[in-house]
Design a protein around this ligand. Structure first.
Ligand SMILES: [Zn+2]
Length: 381
């Protein structure tokens, strides 16, 4: 599992910044799937979709928050990309429109419409130098453009080669080594020794391994060696807007919401379409079942849980489309957990085309027939 950058997302209501992690890569090794569709994958953790704003306490769909900035992890060297925003058109609209047309390849009427949408994203995921050029283009037209703030980890200090600092008592041995190392004459070696500290860099086709061997022999012959760190490479001047407010680095990551919050987010009307509602209701369902996934936990029937938990599962069940294979399975599972076993069994008479799912379907059918409402592991252990 390799983490990707963290993104700073602004609340759509009040702008409060929030920090969202990302994954560069993960996998489902050691994963476990439950009959209610929940996946537990240690190497592919799920991330919150909906959060509660730390500022105004409104729930919001993270993907609808405003991207404010990026924090690159330590293994990102250098941070590859920037987003460029046009933040102010300035007094020379015609020139800015011409620049938009040239840079984005849009028609005049499109350029005009774009100017109404400032702050406007001009480019995303461009290199730092391309971002700089783009900003300059718009500055020339009297507009203001900037990048989204990015925090990049400091570059690791570069370490130089070894330096010969002092020859020690066995001068002749060291001179012989220097001749071998640099392939020079005796008189040239004498000149080299006038200029201590002398950098013992690989020369004359020496590989690093051979250099290592030589370094050991210098030491064994009593020479004094040192490694000097090189000065850090100069930091390029920041692009406009590039510097991330330091307090953003301190923001905690966001956790998945507990059941009560997921239900409250639904009640607040945070979802905008059927897919979002299905997703959020599924998450609330899984959260409601979580206490009963523990080994030895006693299942609590939905009829005995909070009315909102029961109502959520009922509404989800209604929402699911039996014509969609995966949704049909989820619908059957919801009905089974609601103890509507006959309806569940009815839906589970269908044979999924995938052989690995056939086994799962058969198992769920058996549970429905035995009138067992509990959530069970279906794949993994
Ligand atoms: Zn807010």
């Amino acid at each position: 599992m390799i983490p990707g950058p963290d993104y700073i997302i602004g609340c759509p209501s009040c702008g409060e910044p929030h920090r969202r992690g990302s994954l560069m890569s993960g996998n489902t090794s050691g994963a476990r799937w439950w009959s209610d569709g929940k996946r537990e994958a240690p190497m592919l953790p799920s991330r919150p979709l909906v959060v509660r704003c730390r500022g105004c306490s409104q729930y919001f769909w993270l993907s609808r928050g405003e991207p404010l900035g990026t924090i690159a992890p330590f293994h990102f060297q250098p941070v590859p990309v920037r987003d460029v925003l046009l933040t102010d058109v300035g007094p020379r609209r015609i020139e800015v429109m011409a620049t938009l047309r040239r840079v984005l390849g849009v028609e005049l009427h499109e350029a005009k419409a774009l100017l109404e949408r400032v702050p406007l994203e001009l480019a995303s995921d461009v290199t730092r130098s391309d971002a700089g050029k783009l900003i300059e283009e718009f500055q020339k037209a009297g507009a203001t453009a900037r990048v989204r703030p990015v925090w990049a980890p400091p570059e690791p200090p570069r370490v130089s080669n070894h330096y010969l600092v002092a020859v020690g008592p066995r001068r002749l041995e060291i001179m012989a080594l220097l001749r071998e190392h640099f392939g020079v004459s005796l008189s040239e070696v004498k000149q080299l020794l006038e200029r201590l500290p002398l950098e013992l860099h690989p020369r004359g086709g020496l590989g690093f391994h051979q250099l290592d061997e030589l370094i050991k022999r210098y030491r064994a012959a009593g020479a004094v060696l040192e490694r000097y760190p090189l000065p850090p490479s100069p930091k390029p001047a920041p692009l406009p807007g590039e510097e991330l407010p330091p307090e953003w680095l301190e923001l905690p990551g966001m956790e998945e919401l507990p059941e009560a919050d997921l239900l409250a987010a639904l009640a607040q009307g945070v979802t905008q379409d059927r897919d979002e509602e299905r997703e959020l209701r599924s998450m609330a369902w899984w959260a409601s079942n979580d206490p009963y996934r523990e080994p030895g936990a006693t299942w609590k029937p939905f009829a005995e849980r909070e009315p909102a938990a029961w109502e959520n599962l009922r509404a989800l069940q209604e929402l699911l489309d039996p014509q969609e294979p995966l949704e049909r399975w989820m619908k059957a599972e919801a009905l089974r957990e609601l103890e509507r076993f006959d309806e569940a069994r009815e839906l589970l008479t269908w044979e999924p085309p995938q052989p690995e799912l056939q086994q799962v379907a058969a198992y769920l059918r058996e549970l429905a027939e035995q009138r067992v409402p509990e959530v069970r592991v279906v794949v993994g252990s």
